[in-house]
Design a protein around this ligand. Structure first.
Ligand SMILES: [Zn+2]
Length: 498
C-alpha cells in the first residue's frame, strides 16, 4: 500500500502524489474511441476528479506520471460552472434541462456512441457540450476550432461517468431526516465549514484569512508553510503563523454537537475530519470513532527522535511565536556532553564562538557559551505536504467501515481534497449520501443537498427528528425557512427566519 504524500490540500498538483484508498478494478476502457484517446489516466473508478483546486491522487505507478501531469494541466484550466448557472440560461451553455438529457444519454448509450451522435454528427459543438457536464470553456481556447475542445470534453465525459448516480428515492428534507433516524452506521465527513462559526479560519482558502498573511514570508506558494521539507529547513516559517491556526480548546459548534448526538444515539460509525483543530475531541467524539485525516494539534512530535507529547505542551511556545524544542533531545544532548568533549570543542571554537543556535534551555546560563548540536524541533502532528497520511484512514475505511456503513453525511467540505474526497466514490453506490454546506458541489451527485449554514441545517434536522440538540449557539425556537432550489428536486436552501 502506498502512502500518500498529500495532505492539507494543495493546489499545485506537481508536488503531490496523493493517497490511494484501495484497489479498485479498472473501469471498462473506452480509450480506443477516437475522442477519448486523449484520455485520462485516472478513469479508474477512484477519481472523482477535478477542478483547479483538485489534488492529484490515485497514481498507479511511476509510469503514469507523464499522462498524469498532462491530465493535471487540463485540470488546472477547468472552471466549474455549477448546475445553477446552467439554469440561469447563460448564452452558449446548455440549459439545465438539456444538460440532464445529455448526461442521461451518455449513461444510456455509452461514451463512444454518445460522441458519435453529438459532436461527430455535428448536432452540438464540443465547446457547448462541455457545459452540459458543468465545465466552462476556458478563455485560452476562445476562437479555436472546435476540436481544440475535444481533450477537455473527453475529460468531462470520463469525469461524469465516474460519478456515483443519485438514488432517486431520496429527495426531500424529510427523506433526509428519516434516513438519519433509521440508520445505525453513519459516516460523517467533515471539513473546515463546521468550525468557521467559531472563527477558526479555513486555512485552505486562498481568498480569506491565513494565506494573505503569508505574503511577507516570501514563499512561492503559501501552502509551502505546510511543506515538510521547508519545515525542516526553516521551522520559523510555520511557527510564525502557527498561532493563527491554533484552535481554541474549550468550545465546539452545534454541528460538532450534532455529530456527538449521533454518537450518543449509537448511530455514528466514523467521523472522518479534515480539520486539524481537534474540536471533535472537545465535543466528545470518541477517539475510536474519529479519524483526523490530516492529523491534529492534539499531539506533537519531535522531528528528530519522534518523542511525542500532548499538544498543549507546546502551545505556550506556539502562542509566543517561538520554536518548541524536544525535551528528550535536550536531555540526551546534555547527558552526552562530557566535560572533556566540551573543553575540546570550546578550544576549537576559541575566540570564534558561535552563538547558540537554540534557546530552549536558555535558562541554563552556565552553559550558554557552548555550541550544542540541535535538539529536535517539536512539530504538531498535523500532516504536512510530503508526509504520510495517518494509517488509520485507509485502514478503518477499507477494513471496517466499507461493509458497515448505511448512510453518509458530508458536512462543511467541498470534497476537493484527498483523502476525504476519495471516501465518497469508494463507498458502495447504493448507500445514501447527503450533503450539508453553504455551496453546492457539482463533482459529486448527492441524494439530498441541504445548503446553508451547517449549524442551522443540523439544528433543523434534529428538530424534525424530535431530537434535542442543546447548544448555546442555537437559539431556542429558531425558525428555519426551507425552499427547494428552482430546477432541482433534491436541493434545499436553509435560512433562518428573521
Ligand atoms: Zn527529540
Amino acid at each position: 500500500m502506498d502512502t500518500g504524500r498529500l495532505s492539507l490540500g494543495r493546489v499545485s498538483s506537481k508536488k503531490t502524489a496523493g493517497h490511494k484508498v484501495a484497489e479498485v478494478p479498472e473501469e471498462e476502457s473506452d480509450s480506443d474511441d477516437a475522442l477519448l484517446a486523449t484520455a485520462l489516466p485516472r478513469v479508474n473508478g477512484v477519481a472523482p476528479l477535478v477542478d483547479s483546486e483538485e489534488d492529484g491522487f490515485g497514481e498507479e505507478d511511476e509510469d503514469s506520471n507523464d499522462e498524469w501531469e498532462i491530465d493535471s494541466l487540463f485540470e488546472d484550466t477547468l472552471e466549474e460552472m455549477g448546475d445553477e448557472h446552467l439554469f440561469e440560461g447563460e448564452p452558449n451553455a446548455c440549459t439545465l434541462e438539456e444538460a440532464g438529457a445529455f448526461r442521461q444519454q451518455l449513461r444510456t448509450i455509452g461514451p463512444e456512441e454518445f460522441c458519435k451522435r453529438t459532436v461527430e454528427a455535428g448536432t452540438i459543438s464540443a465547446k457547448k457540450l462541455l457545459t452540459a457536464f458543468g465545465l466552462r470553456p476556458p478563455p485560452f481556447l476562445e476562437g479555436s476550432p472546435d476540436d481544440a475542445y475535444y481533450g477537455l470534453l473527453s475529460l468531462a465525459i470520463s469525469r461524469e461517468l465516474s460519478k456515483r448516480i443519485k438514488l432517486p428515492q431520496y429527495n426531500t428534507v424529510d427523506d433526509a431526516v428519516e434516513l438519519i433516524k433509521k440508520s445505525n452506521n453513519i459516516i460523517v465527513l467533515t471539513g473546515a465549514g463546521i468550525s468557521t462559526s467559531l472563527g477558526i479560519p479555513d486555512f485552505r482558502s486562498k481568498d480569506i484569512g491565513l494565506y494573505s498573511k503569508l505574503e511577507h514570508l516570501g514563499l512561492n506558494d503559501p501552502q509551502e508553510v505546510f511543506d515538510i521539507e521547508i519545515f525542516r529547513q526553516d521551522p520559523n516559517i510555520f511557527f510564525s503563523i502557527a498561532r493563527d491556526i491554533l484552535p481554541s480548546t474549550d468550545r465546539f459548534t452545534p454541528t460538532h454537537a450534532f455529530i456527538y448526538l449521533l454518537q450518543q444515539k449509537g448511530k455514528l460509525l466514523t467521523n472522518y475530519s479534515q480539520n486539524i483543530d481537534n474540536i471533535e475531541s472537545v465535543a466528545g467524539i470518541l477517539p475510536e470513532k474519529l479519524v483526523q485525516c490530516h492529523g491534529s494539534f492534539a499531539t506533537a512530535s519531535c522531528v528528530e527522535c519522534k518523542y511525542q507529547v500532548p499538544g498543549e505542551t507546546i502551545f505556550p511556545d506556539i502562542k509566543a511565536g517561538t520554536i518548541p524544542r524536544c525535551d528528550r533531545c535536550i536531555a540526551n544532548l546534555r547527558a552526552l556532553r562530557a566535560p572533556a568533549a566540551m573543553k575540546r570543542k570550546r578550544s576549537q571554537n576559541g575566540h570564534d564562538k558561535r552563538k547558540r543556535r537554540f534557546d530552549s534551555d536558555a535558562d541554563d546560563s552556565s552553559e550558554e557559551d557552548y555550541d550544542i548540536p540541535a535538539a529536535g524541533v517539536m512539530k504538531p502532528d498535523i500532516t504536512f505536504f510530503g508526509e504520510a497520511l495517518p494509517d488509520k484512514f485507509s485502514e478503518r475505511l477499507t477494513n471496517h467501515d466499507k461493509n458497515l456503513v448505511d448512510l453518509v453525511i458530508v458536512i462543511g467540505t467541498s470534497l476537493k481534497v484527498a483523502p476525504v474526497s476519495e471516501v465518497v466514490p469508494y463507498l458502495p453506490a447504493h448507500i445514501p449520501q447527503m450533503y450539508i454546506s453553504r455551496t453546492p458541489v457539482s463533482h459529486v451527485n448527492f441524494d439530498v443537498d441541504m445548503l446553508g449554514d451547517c449549524d442551522v441545517v443540523v439544528a433543523e434536522l434534529c428538530r424534525r427528528a424530535g431530537w434535542d440538540l442543546n447548544h448555546e449557539m442555537v437559539p431556542k425556537n429558531q425558525k428555519v425557512d426551507i425552499r427547494l432550489q428552482e430546477g432541482f428536486t433534491s436541493r434545499h436552501i436553509f435560512t433562518v427566519k428573521q
